[in-house]
Write a protein of this length. Structure first.
Length: 339
């Protein structure tokens, strides 16, 4: 359900409402995510001489990518045609979606073809739905496990109102922001971030040298559980990132939430918060992802009472550097009005 909700939201932002309402397209777009994961896992263990051939064969056999590609190609071609007509001074429709954004990001000297634009879009689609839905799913589990946070979160959402949330561009709801950040701290989906290959010799502040061609990355899962950076790191403290002055005003005595970071911070912050990567390459989708996750979680919080069907059951598994939620974990939702 979380994947579907995130996929629908992303589809509207990426491709516009028409495709988001197209059932065959949406089903392929969602299957594409799992099929990409399976294909990537197979390809990575194959010798490089045969990997592209087998990868293409598998992708063709699984099929979702082709439906996505065939649906997006005419749109990309139409947009390129509009761009050419605009250059001739003709009036063309204005578009505010990701197809347009990707097209405008292409290098001016050598603009991308429709084929390249569609492949960029498909890669972006895979990454954005996959990581946003798994991160939101963990936050949903945490709302069930730490139900003492529900009431202050409901108060915040209902007293702020959706209109003000919209007006803030997704920046409102600071308590929910902190709760999501704590959830991602305790259960980051990716244990590794900021993967970089050295192009010239590079020295770290502790004297370690990275030679050209060598890879280096950061370890957010370890950093986020390190007592040097997070007081009482094993403890879930939903409001640890909130400005203490604001917390006093908004919440009185939420049980167990005695720990705050020295400096308040936001979910979208970067630097030592490695969830989004580093510097110029840090995730440009983080503001959008945060606004989408807040919207989704705030809807769950205000519309339902929630609990895990079996709070003791394992909720996630590790696969290489990832930790994924089990699809089988059931969350019981009771509409609030029916309580
Ligand atoms: C919870 C959700 C998300 C997480 C945790 C996440 C995390 C990341 C990370 C760690 C990177 C690599 C940064 C680096 O190497 O320094 C990245 C890159 C990227 N992300 Fe996200 N991301 C999320 C959602 C999204 C969404 C929704 C979009 C698009 C709508 C998006 C678009 C991108 C793009 C385009 C890049 C490549 C940036 C570049 O190489 O310059 N991400 N993301």
């Amino acid at each position: 359900m979380v994947i579907e909700a995130i996929a629908l939201t992303n589809a509207a932002a990426f491709f516009g409402k028409d495709l988001a309402c197209n059932k065959e397209f949406m089903s392929a777009a969602m299957n594409f995510i799992e099929q990409t994961l399976i294909t990537a896992e197979v390809v990575r263990v194959l010798p490089s001489a045969i990997a592209p051939f087998i990868g293409n064969l598998l992708a063709k056999k699984l099929g979702a990518g082709k439906i996505l590609y065939d649906s997006l190609i005419p749109i990309a071609e139409e947009r390129l045609e509009e761009k050419a007509r605009k250059r001739l001074g003709q009036t063309v429709p204005e578009h505010h979606d990701c197809v347009q954004w990707v097209m405008e990001c292409s290098p001016r000297s050598k603009p991308w073809s429709a084929d390249r634009i569609v492949h960029e879009l498909m890669a972006l689609w895979f990454g954005s739905v996959h990581i946003t839905s798994t991160t939101a799913c963990f936050a949903l589990h945490h709302l069930c496990i730490h139900s003492e946070y529900i009431e202050p979160l409901r108060n915040e959402i209902e007293s702020t109102g959706w209109a003000n949330f919209d007006k803030s561009g997704g920046k409102a709801f600071p308590l929910l922001d902190s709760f999501m950040k704590e959830s991602a701290r305790v259960n980051p989906v990716e244990s590794v971030s900021s993967r970089r290959m050295a192009l010239k010799p590079f020295e770290l502040s502790d004297g370690s040298r990275i030679e050209p061609g060598e890879w280096i990355c950061t370890a957010p899962r370890g950093m986020m559980a390190d007592a040097r950076y997070y007081a009482d790191p094993q403890k879930f403290q939903g409001f640890r990132f909130v400005d203490p002055n604001l917390l006093d005003k908004k919440v009185s005595g939420i049980s167990g939430d005695g720990v705050s970071q020295e400096t308040p911070s936001k979910f979208t912050d970067i630097t030592d918060w490695q969830l989004w990567g580093t510097g110029r390459s840090a995730c440009p989708g983080r503001f959008y992802a945060t606004a989408v996750m807040k919207t989704l979680l705030a809807l769950f919080i205000t519309k339902y009472d929630m609990q895990l069907e079996d709070p003791k059951a394992a909720r996630y598994f590790a696969w290489r550097t990832f930790v994924y939620p089990f699809a089988s974990t059931k969350v019981v939702l009771r509409p609030r009005s029916a309580v």
